[in-house]
Ligand binder design. Structure first.
Ligand code: KIV
Length: 276
């Protein structure tokens, strides 16, 4: 009945936000992947990844859209429920989709839905200085938050494409400052997408909160990739930071295990996956 208390005594208790903080403090790399259904979630769990994200990338890899913009809260909840059923050990993070956090009230209502209906343990929103108030509001209500900085795919039409962010020194400084402001407002984790190594390193050194990178270099506290990219399923031109872990291996489980091992050892990302 008291599952949380029983799990605390297990040899390998499930990952929670304290585990992620402890891993950063110990210099142990955090291995994260996206998932969208129960079968792959169970496989990722068996491979001992630490965090599973139900990302709004589902709009692209599951629904076949060009961007994440068409994804709704209902879509994320549907996939989150399925993923939650597949997990025993990994920490479940879910994306707040486009325009689902434009005000404090709307953000809180949708975050609560992702947690209560979807089973998420933390929500992720794309933000900068403009989202500090929203993060503060969610944190005041004890909603665990991951703040996504750098390339923000929900802003693709505003930015004019999926491109590296924070290359100019003033933009890099702004990003480091925004990450600190978001952490101080209550963000428990920061995710950095598509930034030069130097920005990944600066943000990681500045924050006590764990920093997870995707195309943010080797110095961040953990790595995340889209599941279908590492399995070699995604077709067409892939981002520089993607590595196909399925190549030369005979099962998806072996590929995910190879990814987890490469993140833990620091073998991934290699220089060819990074921006500088
Ligand atoms: O939606 C997603 O899958 C993400 C990752 C790319 C980090 O946000």
């Amino acid at each position: 009945m008291y599952t949380q208390l029983e799990q605390r005594d297990m040899a390998e208790p499930p990952i929670n936000v304290s585990t992620l903080r402890r891993m950063k403090a110990d210099g142990e790399k955090i291995a994260c992947l996206t998932a969208y259904d129960a079968s792959y979630a169970a496989l990722i769990d068996a491979a001992r990844a630490d965090v599973v994200l139900v990302g709004d990338s589902l709009g692209m890899v599951i629904q076949g859209h060009d961007t994440t913009v068409p994804v709704t809260v209902d879509h994320v909840i549907y996939h989150c429920k399925a993923v939650a059923r597949g997990l025993r050990h990994a920490f479940l993070l879910a994306d707040m989709p486009f325009m689902s956090y434009t005000s404090n009230d709307q953000a809180l209502t949708n975050a609560v839905r992702l947690m209560q209906d979807g089973g998420a343990m933390m929500i992720k929103l794309e933000g900068g200085e403009g989202q500090v108030g929203i993060v503060e509001h969610l944190a005041r209500h004890d909603i665990p938050v991951c703040a996504h900085l750098g390339l923000k795919p929900q802003s693709v039409h505003k930015i004019g494409g999926f491109r590296v962010q924070g290359r100019a020194p003033d933009k890099a400084r702004e990003m480091v400052a925004a990450a600190k402001r978001l952490q101080d407002a209550g963000a428990d984790v920061v995710l950095l997408e598509c930034v030069p190594n130097e920005v990944g390193e600066a943000v990681t050194n500045k924050l006590e909160a764990p920093v997870i990178g995707i195309g943010a270099g080797p110095q961040v506290d953990g790595q995340i990739l889209v599941l279908y990219d590492i399995l070699g399923i995604t077709r067409g031109r892939l981002p520089r930071f993607v590595r196909n872990f399925q190549q030369g291996l005979d099962s998806p489980l072996a590929a995910v295990e190879a990814y987890v091992a490469a993140v833990r050892s620091g073998e991934y990302p290699a220089p060819e996956h990074c921006f500088s």
